[in-house]
Design a binder for this molecule. Structure first.
Ligand SMILES: [Zn+2]
Length: 225
């Protein structure tokens, strides 16, 4: 397995940049409609470089027809790309495939590392890329994403060391609670945890209640269950 912290080789960097650009240029009406449905506007869609996999690179054949979510670095390179199924079905129940996919053996790093350069005292850490985009894109506070509830990586605390308050916003389910325990151990001083209500995540709160609903979620009492 690739070392998660090791930089990509020059050839891989070039490959990922080319792939992300190609997918971005293939973003079609269906994928845009999906993103609008998540509450993202054109500026957010463009800022985060969303794409659609029409013609996958050989490494990404599995992702054909999926949404492409690039991990854009502060210098506008691409660290990795994660893919999400946007078909209108319940992936694991009906189709027996995972909702998210990434190249096997590749750890994605942290999502939206550009926001680490913010001079805010507080940063949000979200369970998943789309939740990080929801908070960062709405301008409430900087936000980074963990690639899924099991995606916490041991080097994250070093990356978050410049913030005096780090707010984990996790889903209100078992996986979210497990992530919250890992997070509390990793950031005992600066870490604060907000768990969404069961069945909710950051994005569903935003779609239902808008920016105000999200702000009140983030201002809530710490959940120390
Ligand atoms: Zn699916």
């Amino acid at each position: 397995m690739a070392d998660p912290v090791a930089p990509n080789s020059a050839a891989r960097k070039k490959m990922l940049l080319k792939a992300a650009r190609g997918y971005r240029d293939s973003l079609n009406d269906g994928a845009v409609a999906y993103l609008y449905g998540r509450g993202f506007d054109d500026a957010t869609i463009s800022r985060f470089g969303f794409g659609y996999v029409e013609s996958p690179l050989p490494e990404h054949t599995y992702a054909k027809g999926m949404l492409a979510i690039p991990y854009i670095t502060p210098s506008n390179g691409i660290k990795s790309i994660r893919f999400r199924c946007i078909e209108d079905h319940v992936c694991k129940d009906v189709e027996k495939h995972a909702k998210y996919w990434g190249e096997s053996g590749i750890r994605s790093g942290m999502f939206n590392t550009k926001d680490l350069a913010s001079d805010s005292d507080t940063i949000a850490v979200c369970e998943g890329e789309l939740d990080a985009i929801t908070i960062s894109g709405s301008g409430i506070m900087p936000a980074v994403g963990v690639p899924g509830a099991n995606g916490w990586q041991s080097f994250y605390p070093r990356m978050l060391a410049g913030f005096s308050r780090v707010v984990l916003v996790a889903d209100g389910d078992d996986a979210g609670s497990k992530l919250a325990s890992t997070f509390r151990r990793a950031l005992p001083l600066s870490g604060t945890v907000m768990l969404c209500k069961p069945g909710d995540d950051v994005n569903s709160v935003y779609v239902r209640e808008g920016k105000e609903g999200l702000q009140s979620l983030l201002k809530g009492e710490e959940d120390d269950e």
